[in-house]
Structure formats: C-alpha cells, structure tokens
Design a protein around this ligand. Structure first.
Ligand code: PBG
Length: 328
C-alpha cells in the first residue's frame, strides 16, 4: 500500500450537503431577525420606495398586513419608523399621542404584539422640518441637552402607545439615561432600551432617507454620528456609556462595513448585540441582482451569515420576512 497524502483533508467535512449542514458553525433563526417598517400619514395606498425595491411606505392598513406576514414567518421583532404629514422645528409629531408612529405602534401591538416584539425607533429626524436628529441652536448646531428632553417625551409617548422596546438612534450623549429616567418616572421600568450605541455617519443610509423622508435639509450628521475612521476605542466607549446608563441591549450600525466593530463589541459585553443591515446594504444587493450581476438569494444569505458570524445576536434587515419564511 502506498502512503496516503495528505492525511489532513478539510474537504471531508464539506463533501455533502448533509455533512455541511451538520457541522455548520453559524446558524440563522427567524426569531433573531427584526423587520424595519415605514408608515406614512395621509396616504391612501402603500407607496414603493424607489431606491429599495420591495420596500414600501405603508398605510396603517398595509402595515397591519406586513406585520401579520412577519409574525407568520416567525420574525422576532418589528421596528417602526413613521413619516408625519406635518413636520416642524421641534419634531412635534414625535410625542403627539395622535402622531402617526404612536397610532401605528398601537395598531401593530394589537395585531401581532403577542407574537413578536414591537420596537419603536426613538429619534427626531423623521419629524423635524430641517431633517436633523435633534433640536437646532440658532447657529444651526444640534443642541444635545435640549434634544434629550424631546427624546424622553417621544419614548414615553411610544411606550404609552404600546411599544415594547424603545431604540434611541440619534447619537446624543446621555440619551439612554434620559430615556431610562423618563420611562421609570412613568412606571415603565420594565420596558427595555435597545441602544443604537455605535452608529456611524454612513453613506449606506442613503435609501433610508428617501424611505423616511428625513435627509437633512442642510449640513450632515457628522457632528453626532461616529466617523467611520474615528478613534479605535470609540465604539466600545459608546457601548460602555450606554450600558452604564441602563441600556439592555446595544446595536452596531451599519453591519457589513463594521463587522470588526461587531466582533469587538460582542467579545466585550454581556448583553445582546444587534446589527442593522441598513438600507444601502439592501439596495446594493437588490440593484446588482436586478442587473443580473449577482445571485440575489445567495448574496442575502451570505451577508446575514457574515453578520451573525461576526457576533450579532439580532439582525435588523429589510429581508427579515422573506428570509424567516425561507428558514422555516
Ligand atoms: C435615524 C435613523 C437612520 C436610520 C435608522 N435610524 C437614518 C440616519 O441616521 O440618517 C438608517 C437606517 C437605514 O439606512 O436602513 N432615525
């Protein structure tokens, strides 16, 4: 008998589909997927978002339907974004009990609130006429501490409407503490805060700003969102601050361009870590697939597996319902 060479053959475990399935180190489950949804005040029909094929600005009715489909597919949660009919400098619709987000939250909670977790994004950019995530000073800067009061009021209104988790996304310093104090003061000490802790000033939010009609009218978000090339410890510092302020779970955003940050954070903390596969990540795959340049379904699964493998316990993705249905 001639000697066998090589002895070590990693390919043995890759030969068949059942073998690969059995030894897989990364598995996706529908319950760890969260679907972001948009609801717009005053439209009669759902309106397609041009830069996000397959995504709609919902009416209250079509949102109920989308929520039911997500629940049926086994999706773990929904995060609601609203576009009010009227915007102003202080984002009044953000804490109006009759504001579109509050109404939509109540709708989806009554529809599917026992089957999945209903999350509210807490920020001001969808509600302000200038499109910034906070209240502006006369000089046009976002005033951190004045904005905190608005976030607190908005979070309380969202939880009163039924939100089961609030997710502050504005990157103001102290936002988790301000919201925690306000919720506790209203008897909502059991409502968790999912903090967008490390949120980068990203080009990948482009399509979302069409979907949520919230592009800043002037300037950009660089003075409050993190610089992609920022200091090495910045994301962990933001995460630790949010945890010290009472965050129950933290989020990294975007996902695919920040897998290193995701892994760092996952290794450093003992709370669930979420990753947001943002609008631009979605649009890139859909656009390439529409041109026949990429295998859409494989690209979707590969990107989700990568995000999971980098350490995400939860993934916010516009493909949540489709992927959950497929995983079932
Ligand atoms: C801010 C917010 C944004 C996104 C989620 N929350 C936009 C921004 O910061 O400009 C982007 C999500 C996406 O691109 O899918 N409220």
């Amino acid at each position: 008998m001639t000697a066998q060479f090589p002895v070590a053959r990693p390919r043995r475990l890759r030969r068949t589909a059942p073998m690969r399935r059995m030894v897989a180190g990364t598995r996706l489950h529908p319950a760890e997927l969260v679907l972001p949804v948009f609801v717009k005040e005053g439209i009669a029909e759902p309106s397609p978002v041009g830069s996000m094929p397959g995504v709609f600005q919902h009416t209250r009715d079509s949102l109920r339907k989308a929520a039911n489909e997500a629940a049926e597919a086994g999706v773990g949660g929904l995060i609601v974004f609203g576009i009010p009919a009227v915007k102003d400098a202080r984002g009044s619709a953000a804490d109006d009990p009759q504001g579109i987000v509050q109404l939509a939250l109540a709708d989806v909670v009554s529809e599917v609130g026992d089957a999945l977790v209903v999350i509210a994004d807490t920020c001001l950019d969808e509600f302000t006429d200038h499109g910034h995530c906070g209240i502006l000073t006369p000089a046009g800067e976002v005033d951190n501490d004045v904005t905190l009061e608005r976030y607190a009021a908005s979070a309380v209104a969202q939880v009163r409407a039924g939100a089961q988790v609030v997710a502050p996304s504005g990157m103001m310093d102290g936002q988790v503490a301000a919201i925690r104090a306000a919720l506790d003061g209203e008897g909502f000490e059991q409502t968790p805060i999912l903090a967008y802790s490390a949120k980068y000033a990203s080009a990948f939010y482009g399509p979302f700003r069409e979907a949520a009609e919230c592009a800043p009218r002037s300037g950009d978000r660089n003075a409050y969102q993190q610089d992609p090339a920022g200091p090495a410890g910045e994301a962990l510092r933001e995460v630790r601050l949010d945890l010290s302020e009472g965050a129950d779970a933290v989020m990294i955003k975007p996902a695919l361009a920040y897998l290193d940050i995701l892994r760092q954070v996952r290794d450093a903390v003992d709370v669930p870590v979420a990753a947001y596969q943002v609008s631009g990540e979605y649009a890139m795959v859909e656009a390439a697939a529409a041109n026949g340049w990429i295998d859409r379904d494989r690209a979707i699964m590969e990107s989700l597996v990568a995000i999971r493998r980098a350490g995400a316990d939860l993934i916010l993705t516009y493909w949540a319902t489709e992927v959950a249905a497929k995983l079932r």
